[in-house]
Design a protein around this ligand. Structure first.
Ligand code: SF4
Ligand code: SF4
Length: 170
């Protein structure tokens, strides 16, 4: 008899706790119905990236020539701590350097921005591209054409983040 009584009490306690848990969960849900949303319907909706955001480096194209303005000086490749930039050049008939290939290994890049700071020609810039997920490492080894595509058309250099933030705050 005692055993049966204990089982009934345990059953009632379990039932009360279940109802309490459900009610608690519903209250939390109800409260959050009126809170400001912090999530987005990604990928249909995306966050506006802050000034100075560092996506994968790219080589934007000059709208007049249809080409990037890289001279193959190698400054970016030398400064890159990850050694992820490979550039091949040769000397043209006019003794000027000609860029044969420009490759950036996205598997190694750590988005440090040093390459863009080293480039006196402003040829390489940090892009806003961050969706780099893929099935093969080869797909994140970007050649010059792909870096041109990511960079799009060259626009005047964006303002320094601090400057842009000050302007926004004013
Ligand atoms: S991107 Fe700039 S620093 Fe790098 S090789 Fe081209 S011109 Fe030189
Ligand atoms: S952002 Fe940094 S790691 Fe990436 S290519 Fe430029 S210098 Fe190298």
């Amino acid at each position: 008899m005692r055993k049966v009584l204990r089982e009934i009490i345990a059953y009632i306690r379990e039932a009360v706790y279940t109802v309490y848990s459900i009610a608690k969960g519903l209250i939390v849900t109800f409260i959050n119905l009126f809170r400001k949303k912090v999530t987005l319907q990604y990928p249909e909706v995306r966050w506006e990236l802050p000034p100075g955001y560092r996506g994968i480096p790219c080589l934007p194209v000059d709208p007049e020539t249809g080409k990037d303005v890289c001279t193959g000086c190698m400054a970016c490749a030398r400064v890159c701590p990850s050694q992820c930039i490979s550039i091949e050049t040769h000397q043209g008939d006019d003794k000027k350097r000609v860029v044969d290939s420009f490759t950036l290994d996205g598997t190694l890049c750590m988005f440090c921005n040093l390459c863009t700071e080293a480039c006196v020609f402003d040829a390489i810039r940090m892009s806003n591209t961050y969706e780099l997920a893929c099935f093969s490492k080869e797909d994140v080894k970007f050649d010059r054409a792909k870096l041109n595509e990511i960079g799009g058309v060259r626009e005047p250099k964006p303002k320094e983040p601090e400057e842009a933030l000050e302007k926004e705050a004013a």
